[in-house]
Ligand binder design. Structure first.
Ligand code: NZQ
Ligand code: ZN
Length: 380
C-alpha cells in the first residue's frame, strides 16, 4: 500500500423525497444560480421539487448545459453569474451539468477566459456548489474532477476544481432515464472501478475487496435493471455503486490506470460517442494489449468476478476479456469501432494527438500514441 491522505468533504444526502432538504442545506442569504441540462428535469418532476424547496431563496436559472459540456456554453453562464453576483451554485442533472457547474464555480472568480483553467488542469478559488444528481454514472457528485469540451477544436480535457458541498441522490429521479443512458452509466461505473483495480496485484486487500464488491453489484443488478429500471432498491444500489466507484474510497493507497478514459475522451471529442459507450469499446482492447503488465490482476478479476478458473493463465485471460466484452454487450452496447462506423482515420488522429502531447498514460506510463493505436486496432 502506498502512502496516502484521504479527504472527501461532500455531504451525501440519499433517498426518496430528499430534494426537499435543499431548503435547509443552502443558507437563506445566498444568491443561487441553478444550472440545468436540456430539460429532462421538467418532464420527471425534479424541476418542481427543486423550485418548491427553494421557494424562499433568491434564485436564477441557467439552462442548456449539454452532454459533454462545452466551454462555449459555460462562458455564457459565467458571464450571467458575474452580472448577477451569484455566490452559490446548484447543479441539477447528470455528470455534464455537474462538471460544467464546477467550471462555472471556478470561472466566476477568475478574470480571464475559463478555458485557461481547463488547460492548466486545476482551478483557483471557487464559489461553493452543490448538486441534485439525476444520472448515476460519473461520480462527479462526490469528487472534484470535471471534463470540459471545446467544440471549435474538438478537444475534451479534464481538470480539478472543488468537491460539491453536498449532493442529493434520490433514486426515484432515475426512473425516467432512457435505456441507452442507463447502459452507459453502468458501463462507466464498471470501468471506473477497473481503472483503479486492474493495475498491480497485492497492494491492498481492503481496496481489492471493496472494488470487487462494486463490480459484483453491477454484474448482479445490470440484467435486472434492464428488465425494470423503476425498481427503487435496484436503482438505489446503482446510484450508490456509481458514487462509491469514483469518490476516492476504492483508490486509497493503490495504483490507478485511467488510460481507457483518456482514449475514450478522444472518441467522444472526435466522433460524439457517449462517454460510457466509449469505455465499453476501449476497455477490452486495453486489457488485451496490456495483458502482461496486468496479468496478476486480470487473473484475480476473472476468477473473482466471472468465475474463470480453468486453463492456462493465457487462456484464462482471454476468457476474462471475452466475458468483460460480453457483459458490455449484455447492457445493449456495441463494443467495436466498426459497429459505430469509426475508421482508421480516427485512430490516426488519436495517435497524432497523443504523440503531440507526449503522453504516457496508464500505471506504468506505457500508453503512448502508438500503444493507444494498438489498443484501438484491437477493437476495430
Ligand atoms: O440534459 P438533460 O435534458 O437533463 O438530459 C440528459 C442528457 O441528455 C439525460 N438525463 C440525465 N438525467 C436524466 C436524463 N434523462 C431522463 N431522466 C433523467 N433522470 O441524460 C443525458 C446525458 O447526461 P450527461 O450528464 O451527459 O451524462 P453523464 O452523467 O454520463 O455525464 C457524462 C459527462 O461526464 C464526464 C464525461 O466525460 C461526460 O462529459 N465524466 C465526468 C467525470 C467526473 N467528473 O468525475 C468522470 C467520468 O469518467 C466522465 O468522464
Ligand atoms: Zn467515466
Amino acid at each position: 500500500m502506498h502512502n496516502f491522505i484521504f479527504h472527501n468533504p461532500t455531504r451525501l444526502i440519499m433517498g426518496k423525497g430528499m430534494i426537499s432538504e435543499l431548503e435547509k442545506e443552502i443558507p437563506a442569504d445566498k444568491k443561487i444560480m441553478i444550472t440545468f441540462g436540456g430539460g429532462s428535469v421538467k418532464k420527471n418532476g425534479v424541476y418542481e421539487q427543486v423550485k418548491k424547496a427553494l421557494a424562499h431563496h433568491d434564485t436564477i436559472e441557467f439552462w442548456g448545459i449539454e452532454p459533454n459540456p462545452a466551454i462555449e456554453t459555460l462562458r455564457k453562464a459565467i458571464e450571467l453569474g458575474k452580472q448577477e453576483k451569484v455566490d452559490f451554485l446548484l447543479a441539477v442533472g447528470g455528470g455534464s451539468v455537474i462538471d460544467g457547474t464546477k467550471l462555472i464555480s471556478a470561472g466566476l472568480l477568475y478574470e480571464g477566459d475559463a478555458w485557461d483553467l481547463v488547460v492548466k488542469g486545476s482551478s483557483g478559488k471557487t464559489v461553493p456548489m452543490a448538486t441534485v444528481l439525476t444520472l448515476p454514472a460519473t461520480g462527479s457528485e462526490m469528487n472534484n474532477g470535471a471534463v470540459i469540451s471545446r467544440r471549435e477544436t474538438k478537444e475534451k480535457l479534464s481538470f480539478f476544481a472543488d468537491f460539491p458541498l453536498f449532493s442529493i441522490l434520490d433514486p426515484e429521479v432515475t426512473f425516467s432515464l432512457p435505456p441507452h443512458q442507463i447502459a452507459c452509466g453502468l458501463a462507466d461505473t464498471f470501468v471506473h472501478v477497473l481503472e483503479q483495480y486492474l493495475t498491480k496485484a497485492g497492494e491492498s486487500r481492503v481496496m481489492d475487496r471493496w472494488a470487487e464488491g462494486l463490480l459484483h453489484t453491477i454484474v448482479e443488478i445490470a440484467p435486472r435493471i434492464k428488465e425494470n429500471h423503476t425498481d427503487y432498491q435496484l436503482m438505489a444500489d446503482f446510484m450508490m455503486s456509481a458514487t462509491m466507484a469514483l469518490n476516492g474510497f476504492i483508490a486509497m493507497g493503490v495504483t490507478e490506470d485511467w488510460s481507457t478514459h483518456m482514449i475514450g475522451h478522444e472518441l467522444t471529442a472526435l466522433c460524439g460517442l457517449t462517454h460510457g459507450h466509449t469505455l465499453a469499446i476501449v476497455m477490452p482492447g486495453t486489457m488485451y494489449v496490456l495483458r502482461q503488465q496486468k496479468k496478476a490482476k486480470l487473473l484475480q478479476f476473472g476468477e473473482r468476478i466471472f468465475g474463470v478458473v480453468s486453463g492456462t493463465d493465457e487462456m484464462r485471460i482471454d476468457e476474462t476479456i471475452r466475458k468483460t466484452e460480453a457483459f458490455f454487450r449484455s447492457l445493449g452496447l456495441t463494443t467495436r469501432l466498426s459497429e459505430e462506423n469509426i475508421g482508421i482515420e480516427v485512430i490516426d488522429e488519436i495517435e497524432r494527438r497523443f504523440n503531440e502531447r507526449n503522453v504516457h498514460y496508464g500505471e506504468d506510463g506505457l500508453v503512448t500514441g502508438s500503444v493507444a493505436r494498438e489498443i484501438l486496432l484491437h477493437v476495430m
